[in-house]
Ligand binder design. Structure first.
Ligand code: AMP
Length: 535
């Protein structure tokens, strides 16, 4: 028997209509690349999104057309997200930090028809332009009018008298390519329904803990897995959004302190930069309450520092393919009984899946492993915001049972908490046993004088692989290899200790701020491990 409730599709347009209607005056603040600060509101963003949709239709865009953005975080970018979805378009967020050939591949593969870009990326756009086969319109998001029409010009020409295009909840609205460690980048196509469900999940206390009183600064770029869904989640609750087109730590602190930021979201490297700036220039955490940290494992020392300052770390795990939230580290039920160290241990793990995400760990034969806190295997996930098939792929990325192989290696604990032990490609295979590169790195980053660390497996004639630990020192620090080994020796198993520690000036990073292990592995492919050296 059918139920008697109203049919109401889960659409992105409903999120913006809700925010504009119920949280009309709530502010959206932007720090722009030219250092100016502007303020708008959910009410105005709602109106401008309709104008943007109108403008796209005037340019000839139709339902299902791809509209690309190459932009930092700002209010115009936000308006384009909602406006594109409102005319049935697919907003394709392009990561400007990718290599030129990847950018060309992605935009041609997506067959983008419009490219909206920040003035700062104009040189990249100019250099790519001859190779971009499908783009008909180039529009500059910010700054004064140059060669191309500006976003402002575009929407100022419209009256906003526009009805959202009719849509089904399974219609797509967003596209994001994975950085792709091997082969060409792959597109992940988000739906209205998957994004709305993800937003409703993200706001809950055990995930991002967002309310209408929250002030959220997403440092994670809008081109990295939908800025973790933050722009949709904030609309659902009517939170204040603070954007910064600059990731300069001093600017981020200024916005955090002056705008009363309570929540932030970013990869660990963002916080390494913020801490370094604070250590040098002083200052406080303002009203910060929740730091959502993910994208790569959050080092223990970072969690300690946050907790000492009464900031809750929501240590989140996810992927572009999972929209991206797969788990979030919330306080366990026995939190009140735990001492400080036990609390840090708990937050250091990646947390539980929220309702909607199912999770399991399997061995190489596909057998499901017990949730015993020790059996480690491949992490698989499924649910309404997990990928089924990559964009324009011939086959599904999952089997009939829908379990998606994440390529991560994890352990499930008896209380349902998931712990990532490594990326399958990054584990160091020593004498048939696995050494977690993540654990080594995170322990090393806790050593005084160490700014950043990367552990990779290097060929060893007896053990197959042994760990090489690359270290970037903090400015002015004179920490030695021996001191780091001594520091690590009570934190990891003896046979995990690196065979060599090498000091380097910097580590390569991906376009989303993660250490680029593949490049390091390539560089040290034929490396002959010595003893402790400080080359
Ligand atoms: P991306 O799709 O570029 O965001 O990359 C997703 C990958 O980042 C995952 O498969 C993990 O390997 C890694 N990752 C994301 N969050 C975490 C985390 N909290 N801890 C460890 N690894 C993470």
């Amino acid at each position: 028997m059918a139920g008697s409730m109203q049919a109401s599709a889960l659409l992105i347009t409903k999120l913006i209509d809700h925010a504009a209607r119920e949280h009309t005056a709530q502010e959206i603040v932007t720090y722009w690349a030219d250092s100016s600060i502007t303020r708008t509101s959910w009410g105005e963003v709602g109106k401008d999104a309709r104008k943007f949709a109108q403008a796209m239709q005037r340019l000839g865009m139709k339902k299902g057309d791809r509209i690309a953005t190459m932009a930092m975080n700002h209010a115009h970018h936000l308006i384009s997200w909602y406006g594109a979805a409102g005319m049935g378009g697919i907003l394709h967020t392009v990561n400007p930090r990718l290599f030129e050939e990847q950018l060309v591949y992605i935009m041609n593969h997506a067959e983008d028809r419009v490219l909206m870009f920040d003035k700062a990326f104009a040189p990249i756009v100019e250099s790519l332009k001859p190779q971009l086969k499908t783009i008909e319109h180039y529009i500059q998001f910010d700054g004064e009018k140059g060669e191309y029409p500006t976003f402002k010009e575009l929407i100022d020409a419209e009256d906003g008298d526009f009805d959202w295009v009719e849509m089904e909840e399974n219609d797509s609205c967003g596209l994001c390519y994975t950085s792709g460690t091997t082969g060409n980048p792959k597109g992940v196509l988000y739906e209205n329904r998957s994004n709305v469900l993800h937003a409703l999940s993200a706001i809950q206390p055990d995930v991002m803990n967002l309310t209408s009183r929250s002030v959220m600064l997403p440092v994670v770029p809008m081109f990295h897995a939908n800025a973790w869904g933050v722009p949709f989640a904030c609309a659902a609750v009517g939170a204040k959004l603070v954007f910064s087109a600059s990731n300069e730590p001093s600017i981020l602190w200024k916005m955090i302190r002056e705008e009363g930021v309570t929540h932030s979201a970013g990869v660990p490297t963002v916080w390494l930069g913020l801490f370094a700036d604070m250590d040098q220039n002083g200052g406080d955490y303002g009203k910060m309450q929740v730091a959502i940290i993910g994208g790569s494992a959050c080092p223990r020392s970072m969690i300690v520092r946050m907790m000492e300052n009464d900031i809750h770390v929501a240590h989140a795990w996810g992927m572009t393919e999972t929209s991206p939230i797969g788990t979030a580290g919330s306080r366990p039920t026995n939190w009140d009984d735990l001492d400080f160290d036990e609390r840090v241990d708990s937050i250091s793990k990646q947390g539980r899946p929220p309702f909607g995400v199912e999770m399991r760990v399997v061995d190489e034969n596909g057998n499901v492993l017990p949730r015993d806190g020790v059996s480690s295997g491949t992490l698989e996930v499924r649910g309404p915001w997990i990928i089924k098939r990559y964009y324009r792929a011939d086959e599904d990325a999952v089997g009939d049972d829908l379990w998606f192989d994440t390529g991560d290696v994890a352990v499930m604990h008896p209380d349902g908490v998931m712990q990532i032990t490594d990326r399958a490609k990054d584990v160091i295979k020593s004498g048939g046993e696995w050494i977690s590169s993540i654990e080594l790195e995170n322990a090393a980053v806790g050593c005084p004088g160490v700014a950043e660390a990367a552990a990779v497996g290097v060929f060893h004639p007896k053990w197959e692989e042994r760990p090489l630990l690359l270290i970037v020192k903090k400015p002015g620090a004179d920490v030695t290899g021996e001191e780091i080994i001594a520091f690590l020796s009570d934190k990891v198993a003896k046979w995990w200790l690196p065979d060599e520690i090498k000091f380097v000036d910097e580590l390569p990073h991906t376009g989303t701020g993660k250490v680029l292990k593949r490049a390091i592995r390539d560089e040290y492919k034929d490396y002959k491990l010595g003893s402790l050296s400080e080359a």
